[in-house]
Design a binder for this molecule. Structure first.
Ligand SMILES: Nc1ncnc2c1ncn2[C@@H]1O[C@H](COP(=O)(O)OP(=O)(O)O)[C@@H](O)[C@H]1O
Ligand SMILES: [Mg+2]
Length: 225
């Protein structure tokens, strides 16, 4: 088992009031290594909140999150940063590429926090991924010179550069047209199979959901299969 949530709750203060809005309520759930999991649910149900907790971008109000046998809820800020950089890959609805950098530079960016310049091995890996995703020829171009679909494929390559154990994707095809959404969905799923990476994706796309191994609905603060 890769991931286990034990009685996790998370809510937010409502801005400008003293009210508190619970979002996740006593949620217990687990994900197997190598599985491809879809998280569905209406807007505002807490899907992004859940991914943020699993991705160690935010902490639960109560409950614990285990990654393998490590309790990430107990990690220090430094441990969390290292964990995110080394074990996780993130893909968001917007690609969040840096406009002043080329595709290749954007893809190699996650290597910087570890103080590494890109090794020969990482460059070979980047080349493999860029070729596989069909954007190798454009590696020296900047995001403004690329289509939305190409930028989003670059974001997937960036998420893969450190060979993560888990990729978290939040509506990764949400800003793409149908043809590009299909390319991106297939890419995520193929890479997950080939590299043995667990994939958790939030999506409203029935097409992407149908390609995943299991679908969970976020309802009343909990996940139901
Ligand atoms: N940082 C925040 N501060 C206050 N409220 C938030 C914050 N983030 C999310 N929310 C609220 O929590 C609820 C769940 O949000 P979110 O997890 O983004 O849902 P989803 O991704 O399913 O659309 C929404 O009502 C949203 O307004
Ligand atoms: Mg969301």
């Amino acid at each position: 088992m890769l991931l286990r949530l034990n009685h996790v709750s998370k809510g937010y203060g409502v801005p400008g009031t003293h009210a508190f809005r619970p979002v996740l309520e006593d949620l217990s759930w687990q994900a197997e290594t190598g599985s491809r999991i879809c998280i569905a649910g209406p807007s505002g149900s807490g899907k992004t909140t859940l991914l943020n907790l699993v991705g160690a971008l935010d902490k639960p109000d109560s409950g614990e999150i285990f990654f393998g046998d490590r309790n990430i809820s107990k990690f220090s800020a430094d441990e969390l940063a290292h964990f995110r950089n080394q074990s996780l890959g993130f893909v968001f609805q917007q690609h969040l590429l840096l406009p002043q950098l080329t595709l290749m530079e954007n893809v190699l960016l996650p290597l910087l926090p570890a103080g590494k310049s890109a090794s020969k091995e990482k460059r070979t890996w980047a080349e493999y991924l860029l070729k596989k995703t069909g954007i190798w020829e454009q590696r020296d171009q900047k995001p403004s010179q690329m289509s939305g679909g190409e930028c989003q494929r670059t974001a997937v390559v960036r998420a893969m550069i450190n060979k993560p154990v888990l990729i978290l994707a939040d509506e990764p095809t949400g800003a793409l047209d149908e043809a590009n959404a299909t390319i991106l969905a297939d890419l995520l799923i193929n890479l997950s199979h080939e590299e043995g990476i667990t994939l958790i994706t939030v999506t409203h796309s029935a097409e992407l959901a149908a390609k995943m191994d299991s679908i969970f609905q976020l309802k009343n603060g909990r996940l139901e299969s």
